[in-house]
Design a protein around this ligand. Structure first.
Ligand code: SF4
Length: 352
């Protein structure tokens, strides 16, 4: 079963589109940190002229792309001082969290960000609070929070809701007034809910995406709570032994995983089915993503449900339709991503 929501989210697509536009105009640009957390895509971008830099000083006058994770306000200030052109690909959902964090600080709230302090998105949000916010990654961190009058709680956009609510429950009571904003983005939520739904119906989950991608790691973590799960970056990491004695496999991918990598992996799994009779990939479709996880914001909703982006969620043969990104010269999968019926299913069909 392949998750309908697997692959690029709105924010990542937008960042890649901005990078492509910038390349057309400038020929070469820099991205402050890897544009997305996927080594395969970063390599393709590098070949096309997107250099990865860790500091604005390394830009050598080239325009600088700010990735979807966003950055602290002083980065924009420094770029202005150095006369650099900034192409801001901060995801609008992340921008909303940054603005909310800054607003809470202005109103005198002690801000708590539920997430990982190491993640660039969280470091950026901290910058918008003047580095006054406390990052809470687990329940033990809450003990460091002294009682206060007003507490404002936000979340990293890729957190899972269960953990968010668990931390929020502990935070209530730490202040006289607690304002809670569930800022987990709908794209993350949809991927998480669908991954859990599939994980509870299969014997093995394959989660595809960068090992440095927070949302992919979160998907793998959630799936592991339900079923045996492997997290791989590409088809080269597939091991035939994984699929021995497995009757149904679920596949999902993080928000920064391109379709061509997903198709390569599915193609590789299908090879095991034909050659070694070990893997079975069902062409069965997963249930519709519940309506409550479809963004209510009309513009975002239209974008996510537009025919251009919906083809992945239709029947398996649609998986071979050219994707909007492939038409812009994204690499073709090395092997066709075919969804084949397993031998087990074929023998069942014959019996019928
Ligand atoms: S996961 Fe959500 S917040 Fe992050 S880039 Fe994608 S849409 Fe934006």
């Amino acid at each position: 079963m392949r998750a309908r929501s697997a692959g690029f989210c709105f924010g990542v697509r937008r960042a890649l589109e901005l990078a492509e536009k910038a390349l057309k105009v400038h020929g070469t640009v820099c991205s402050l940190g890897e544009l997305i957390h996927n080594p395969g895509v970063v390599n393709v971008l590098r070949e096309r002229g997107v250099a990865v830099i860790d500091d604005l000083g390394e830009s050598r006058g080239r325009p600088v792309l700010i990735r979807s994770h966003g950055v602290a306000p002083e980065v924009f200030a420094t770029a202005r001082e150095q006369g650099l052109e900034i192409i801001d690909a901060t995801c609008p959902f992340v921008k909303r969290v940054q603005e909310k964090a800054a607003d809470l600080v202005r109103q005198g709230y002690r801000v708590v960000v539920i997430g990982s302090g190491e993640h660039p998105e969280v470091r950026g949000i901290l910058g918008w609070t003047g580095y006054q916010a406390l990052v809470v990654s687990d329940l033990t961190t809450i003990e460091r929070l002294p009682p206060c009058q007003k507490l404002g709680v936000l979340s990293q956009t890729t957190q899972d809701r269960e953990r968010f609510y668990a931390v929020v429950r502990e935070l209530i009571g730490k202040a006289r007034e607690v304002r809670i904003y569930d800022t987990i983005c709908q794209a993350s939520l949809a991927r998480q809910q669908e991954a859990i739904a599939i994980a509870s119906r299969v014997s093995l989950m394959v989660v595809i995406g960068g090992k440095n991608s927070a949302n992919t790691c979160k998907l793998a973590e959630l799936c592991r709570r339900h079923v045996s799960t492997v997290h791989i970056e590409n088809a080269a990491e597939l091991e035939p032994d994984l699929f021995r004695c497995i009757d149904a496999v679920g596949v999902t991918a993080g928000a920064s995983t391109p379709d061509w990598i997903i198709e390569e992996v599915i193609g590789g799994m299908c090879m095991f089915d034909e050659d070694q009779e070990t893997a079975q990939v069902s062409s069965q479709q997963v249930p519709e993503v519940p309506q409550e996880v479809v963004p209510q914001n009309e513009a975002v909703r239209k974008r996510l449900l537009s025919p251009q982006l919906r083809w992945r969620s239709r029947s398996p043969q649609h998986c071979r339709k050219p994707s909007p990104h492939r038409s812009r010269n994204w690499p073709e999968p090395r092997s066709p991503g075919r969804m084949v019926r397993s031998r087990h299913r074929r023998s069942l069909d014959k019996k019928r």
